[in-house]
Design a protein around this ligand. Structure first.
Ligand SMILES: [Fe+2]
Length: 562
């Protein structure tokens, strides 16, 4: 059974699921280079279909993670007349839009490749939050009972939904609307601090350990909904919702960001960030813990943009009420394409085994031959190295900054050793070197480690199998000075643990580095420059290499030096 998931909103993406297994998943931003692109993910769909050698009419279902369909989908599938997808919204503006649609004002240019669909009944719609829930539950590796929490800014009118997953089926327990949005609260603070709502939330989180929430306790309370006993005790009126199109990426804007910005001169950015994190964690705990108690279920699964907050995830993991925790690695909206497709697969195959993906290398790859062509066409000097792992490990041990481009691109926001910039974590200054010379970003931003899975207990307190950098752990005391460039100001690290079976070349690289230095850890950050999507194609890798302070570029078995 072949199912194509297509998400056309913020972080547009497409995913192909074959017999319940994800075989391709990629965000459109990786092709069109517009970060968080919102719109039709045409190149991502093309990639998914090509990777399965399929045409659009070969798939069994096309699934959209939204109840309320954007009419632009009709253009994508060349649907007209009775077949046209109608939105289920009924308010006046949408009625007018439907009328407009009949006149078909939108017409793609003749050179544009679209996906004429012969049978419109193949299209299914799955609720936004159910798609998030499915991305968590159906990647957990077990059909056993789980309490599923999905939290984000807003999606299909909901901001937080609580679900139960049991015996391969997901059932809704409770749904909260826009007036409960913790995602909007945190996004407003992020915008007030000067960053982009729906993009810069990780920066707010990264700034938190540098501040002290006690210096401004309570000042953000009036911007946030409040929960008590798992219910919404104080709904929050966020006022009007506005949009802004930042180079193809649509962002929500709410008026309170301005008010929060006004607090920054008085309290300082660090303390405001710390208070935002404190309030977020408090409110999430006021939801999660009572629901664990009410249902007696201490296995939680999580997805939605809020759960990209690795500190929150760590707090949940460390609290004694949570016995098991699973967070989908691509928790934001770019994970919706996988989620909605999985939901339909398990609705149709309720007895199918629930799998746990071992890796999420679901994007494009480029062969050595193809890379050589690209390099030759540009007249670049390079060398071919057979044992690329040992060779690169020596350069890393010599404190060189390496761009490492191998195999299929990672799905989701984290670099996992296939499109990574790497450096030795053994010197504290290496963090500042990369921030200043390569990433061109704020000095406080932390870097994450990739560490050998076998060595996780040597480095992490309360370690568990965590392959996707989706939660932080406290670094063991005796290791903090050994790998200082990947330990954050609060002594936490957000690791990728690397298993040999999942990524042999990357594991070998870490292993060779360990043999040289004694530490089986690398500093790993995504291969891109601040504000740009992660590198996908060798051409972009070459551009990024020459546009910054990267010293060596390794693509496949080819090495370029400056
Ligand atoms: Fe979402």
């Amino acid at each position: 059974m072949k199912i194509l998931g297509i998400h056309a909103g913020h972080d547009a993406s497409a995913a192909l699921i074959v017999d319940g297994k994800v075989v391709a998943d990629v965000a459109e931003e990786r092709f069109n280079r517009i970060k968080h692109f919102a719109g039709l993910p045409i190149e991502a769909i093309k990639y998914c279909l090509q990777s399965g050698s399929l045409g659009i009419n070969d798939v069994d279902y096309i699934v959209l993670p939204s109840k309320n369909l954007q009419p632009k989908m009709n253009v994508l599938f060349d649907l007209k007349g009775d077949d046209a997808i109608q939105t289920s919204l009924t308010h006046k503006a949408v009625k007018l839009y439907k009328e407009k649609l009949k006149r078909s004002d939108v017409k793609p240019p003749v050179y544009m490749e679209f996906f004429p669909l012969k049978d419109a009944s193949k299209i299914k719609h799955i609720d936004h939050h159910l798609s998030h829930a499915a991305s968590a539950y159906y990647t957990s590796g077990t059909a056993e009972r789980q309490l599923i929490f999905t939290m984000d800014g807003i999606g299909d009118g909901a901001s937080i939904v609580i679900w139960e997953g049991i015996n391969g089926k997901i059932t809704e327990l409770k749904r909260f609307g826009a007036n409960a949005s913790l995602g909007w609260f945190y996004g407003n603070v992020t915008e007030g601090l000067g960053w982009i709502h729906g993009d810069g939330e990780g920066k707010t989180m990264g700034l938190d350990p540098y501040g002290n929430a006690e210096n401004c306790t309570g000042v953000l309370d009036r911007f946030c909904p409040k929960f008590k006993n798992g219910e919404l005790a104080e709904p929050h009126d966020f006022g009007r919702t506005f949009y802004w199109n930042e180079n193809g990426s649509f962002q929500y804007h709410l008026e309170e960001a301005k008010e929060i910005q006004g607090l920054v001169p008085k309290y300082g950015r660090e303390d405001i960030a710390a208070e935002a994190q404190r309030v977020l964690e408090r409110e999430v705990f006021n939801i999660v813990l009572p629901w664990i108690e009410k249902t007696g279920c201490d296995f939680i699964s999580c997805s939605g943009g809020i759960f990209l907050n690795v500190k929150l995830n760590q707090r949940l993991w460390e609290c004694e009420q949570v016995k098991k925790q699973h967070i989908y690695a691509n928790a934001g909206d770019s994970g919706l394409a996988v989620g909605c497709a999985l939901q339909v697969y398990y609705e149709l195959n309720p007895k199918a085994e629930v799998l746990r993906p071992e890796d999420i290398y679901w994007g494009p790859e480029y062969s050595n031959d193809y890379v050589k062509e690209i390099l030759d066409a540009r007249g670049l000097s390079y060398e071919y190295v057979e044992n690329i792992e040992a060779y690169t490990a020596q350069l890393l041990a010599d404190d060189k900054i390496i761009a490492w481009f191998q195999g299929r691109m990672e799905s989701g926001p984290r670099a996992l050793g296939n499109r990574s910039i790497l450096m030795s974590p053994n010197k504290p200054e290496n963090k500042d070197v990369i921030n200043a010379k390569v990433k061109f970003r704020e000095a406080f931003r932390p870097f994450c480690p990739s560490l050998q899975w076998e060595k996780r207990d040597e480095y992490l307190e309360n370690a568990r199998d965590e392959f996707f950098m989706i939660t932080s752990f406290t670094c063991k005391e005796d290791k903090r000075a050994k790998v200082p460039a990947v330990v954050h100001a609060d002594n936490t690290m957000r690791p990728q643990t690397v298993k040999k079976e999942f990524n042999e070349r990357y594991w070998n690289l870490i292993n060779e580095f360990g043999k040289l230095t004694g530490e089986y850890v690398l500093l790993n950050t995504s291969f891109n420059i601040m504000g740009e999507p992660m590198i996908n194609h060798p051409r972009e890798a070459i551009r990024c290499f020459y546009d910054g302070g990267i010293e060596v570029l390794v693509i496949g078995n080819y090495v370029l030096k400056k």
